[in-house]
Design a protein around this ligand. Structure first.
Ligand SMILES: Cc1ncc(C[n+]2csc(CCO)c2C)c(N)n1
Length: 228
């Protein structure tokens, strides 16, 4: 099964992750968003944890700014920090406010272990590695939601309570972000390991970061379904 075209590196990493990729992108939580059967309480639990997740994810993209070796790498990383802090977090604040969860309650969310594990793993990939290691750990998050959004945009049942979420990730704006991030990763890989990606000495470690982050996404959905 081939996924959306977000570049050459993504296609190789995605294939290398094997069945774990499908466990992530076709998780029961995702199917619940698609057919509308996901309990609202599970979605809200997920949103609250995701608010905390995005704070640490913005830190990871800020680390990418620091790890960038060219202005062409620095610019999109800086733009992503701004988009996360302004737009993405506001969406969560707004969705939660509508359900009676105010900003103070969101701020007071106790971070779930699955959340901790995932975000600190991504940050550690950047602390101990370079820009490309960090991109390998960030990619499942950014591009996986693109793949999920694209599929749900085409397949979701109409009139469920999750149309807004699906529209955010399935919409053309976010799909363009994914193509841009895919191109950024391809260029970052060529710069550091040349064009024979799979033949590079550090390829297994990069593919390992992608696969591990994908497993941690599965854990995040599991946590969301389980609720508190
Ligand atoms: C657990 C979890 N994984 C992925 C995303 C999706 N996501 C996180 S940041 C971002 C914007 C670009 O970096 C996107 C699409 C999420 N919200 N929560």
């Amino acid at each position: 099964m081939s996924g959306p075209d977000y570049g050459r590196t993504f296609a190789l990493w995605r294939a290398g992750a094997g069945e774990v990729w499908g466990h992530y992108t076709r998780h029961a939580f995702v199917e619940g968003l698609r057919d509308g059967s996901l309990p609202r309480a599970a979605f809200l639990h997920y949103l609250r944890q995701d608010y905390v997740f995005l704070i640490h994810f913005a830190r990871a993209w800020a680390l990418a700014v620091a790890r960038a070796e060219t202005l062409a790498e620095m610019r999109p990383a800086a733009a992503t920090v701004a988009a996360l802090v302004d737009a993405e977090m506001s969406l969560h604040l707004e969705l939660c406010a509508r359900e009676g969860i105010d900003a103070a309650a969101l701020e007071a969310t106790e971070e779930a272990p699955e959340n901790l594990a995932y975000t600190r793993y991504v940050l550690e990939a950047g602390y101990s590695g370079d820009f490309l290691d960090l991109m390998a750990a960030l990619a499942p998050c950014v591009l996986g939601y693109g793949e999920i959004g694209a599929r749900l945009g085409a397949e979701a049942a109409p009139g469920t309570g999750y149309a807004e979420w699906i529209g955010t990730y399935g919409g053309e704006d976010y799909q363009a972000v994914c193509r841009d991030v895919g191109a950024l990763i391809d260029a970052a890989a060529e710069r550091r390991i040349g064009s024979d990606f799979a033949g590079a000495a550090r390829w297994p470690r990069l593919a390992g970061h992608f696969r591990t982050a994908t497993r941690l996404e599965v854990g995040f959905w599991d946590m969301g379904l389980r609720g508190r």
